[in-house]
Design a protein around this ligand. Structure first.
Ligand code: ZN
Length: 56
């Protein structure tokens, strides 16, 4: 179900895409996390992927 409401899109982006991804095991972590919650690796990258904006 594609979201078209820009307000909802923003909420989803903030809640889902503002994460860090572990390069070691791929687990999602909080943006504030410094260590992976699964493998305790510090090799985290921010997940910057954004939702496709079809309305642009
Ligand atoms: Zn990990």
């Amino acid at each position: 179900m594609p979201l078209t409401d820009p307000v909802k899109l923003q909420i989803v982006q903030q809640r889902v895409f503002i994460k860090k991804v572990c390069r070691n095991c791929g687990a999602l972590n909080s943006i504030k996390a410094t260590k992976c919650r699964r493998c305790h690796s510090t090799n985290l990258r921010p997940k910057k992927k954004e939702l496709p904006t079809k309305k642009a």
